[in-house]
Design a binder for this molecule. Structure first.
Ligand code: HSE
Length: 402
């Protein structure tokens, strides 16, 4: 029997308990052993619920119990998760987590600690919820040099943008609806400002390129400035607006960015709608590979966590190699990145815009007047910034996925 302890009995933690219960038979078969939840750690009591029998309130009960093989953390945040992870690995336990903050900040250190102790630090659920993406990067796409990863990695913002697109609503109205439905937090900053997607692409880029990408180095723009007018232009061009998290290798340089992009209907991530997530990986020999599914939610996220539990149970005393060194990966300066841009300026600036940007693609939208909209050719961010600074009444700038 393999004994596990679940830290936190909130949405994900209780989901892990449920998945292990619902799929007990098949999980036992696939693991080759039975997985037993020996403890659940939570501050709360759960009177009358089955979990009551295994509930503890003190982490030391778990780390000091030599029968616990795997600690599963579903609490979020780095404090006390970081301390708990270190204690577990140092006490000879495997550690599985859905916590992207913990992984983005301490991933290389905890992987190193796991290796030193011949244990595993696994985090499939930290990116893309139920979508398998960490293990495919570590184990399946190993024959390839990864050239680029582009993802819709945040369900909340994708829900908001999809609704703005389909129903012609403005950002504030849809955000309120998302909050009422429980898709968006009361404090939605981490999602709508792109910070959540930023941590997730930092994790994926570190795994893809093998060195540590500091999430604080990634240029990040959220979706709060996207308007219903932008979607009118997008619709006229058979495009939509998506929050893309991207990292790419260009020769020996690496670029990463989180920002809203106009995407065309031919782009594989265009049809990733609502709370769903999608990840497009480009390898130098395999070409494009796409992963799609539920990026959040109780059971999808728990499913990914339990897949880590099964993996850990099959390798209780063998470290599964994960290449993510603590050496910092130097990202190329954002100003050197090449993009093309959708721009809206006041009508009075049409001539100046044409003079500055030359041969642009002129855009129009039904019912929108008194402004000039266009898409630039691909150019370095610094050249674009220089030109656009010369126009006084810029209404909008959105990068365009080419
Ligand atoms: N807030 C996140 C999202 C939850 O909306 O995708 C999953 O990480």
């Amino acid at each position: 029997m393999v004994n596990i302890a679940i830290l936190g009995f909130g949405t994900v933690g209780s989901g892990v308990y449920e998945v292990l219960d619902v799929n007990r038979e098949s999980i036992t078969k696939k693991t080759g052993d039975e997985i037993n939840v020996k403890y659940v750690l939570d501050l709360r009591e759960f009177p009358g619920q089955p979990v009551e029998k295994v509930l503890v309130h003190d982490y030391d009960t778990i780390v000091n119990d030599s029968e616990v093989d795997i600690v599963v953390e579903a609490m979020g945040g780095t404090d006390p998760a970081y301390t708990y992870a270190k204690k577990a690995l140092e006490s000879g336990k495997n550690y599985c987590t859905s916590n992207k903050e913990l992984v983005a900040k301490y991933g290389p250190e905890l992987l190193e600690l796991a290796k030193k102790n011949n244990k595993n630090f696994l985090f499939e659920a930290s990116v893309g919820g139920g979508i398998p993406i960490i293990r495919p990067l570590n184990h399946s796409l190993t024959s390839d040099e990864i050239l680029e990863i582009t993802g819709i990695l945040n369900g909340t913002t994708n829900f908001i943008l999809t609704k703005m697109d389909r129903e012609g609503l403005d950002f504030d109205t849809v955000l309120k609806e998302a909050q009422d439905l429980g898709y968006a937090e009361r404090n939605p900053e981490a999602d709508v400002e792109g910070y959540d997607a930023c941590r997730k692409i930092a994790i994926l880029s570190s795994l893809a390129f093998g060195e540590n990408v500091n999430y604080e180095d990634i240029y990040t723009e959220g979706i709060t400035k996207i308007t219903d007018t932008d979607f009118k232009y997008a619709a006229a061009m058979n495009r939509s607006v998506k929050l893309l998290a991207r990292c790419k290798r260009e020769d020996d340089k690496f670029f990463a960015m989180v920002a809203p992009f106009m995407v065309g209907s031919e782009f594989p991530l265009y049809s990733v709608a609502g709370v769903l997530n999608g990840v497009l990986v480009k390898g130098n020999t395999v070409g494009d590979v796409m992963f799609y599914g539920s990026g959040a939610g109780k059971l999808p996220t728990a499913s990914a966590v339990v897949s880590d539990v099964v993996e850990a149970a099959k390798h209780l005393n063998t470290n599964i190699m994960t290449i993510w060194s603590s050496k910092k990966l130097e990202l190329g300066d954002k100003s050197e990145a090449v993009n093309s841009f959708f721009v809206r300026v006041g009508k009075a600036s049409e001539a100046t815009a044409k003079e500055l940007f030359g041969d642009v693609e002129v855009c129009s939208a039904e019912g929108v007047e008194g402004e000039f909209a266009f898409i630039t050719a691909a150019m370095k961010e610094k050249d674009f910034a220089d030109k656009i600074s010369k126009i006084a009444d810029v209404k909008q700038v959105i990068r365009v996925q080419k």
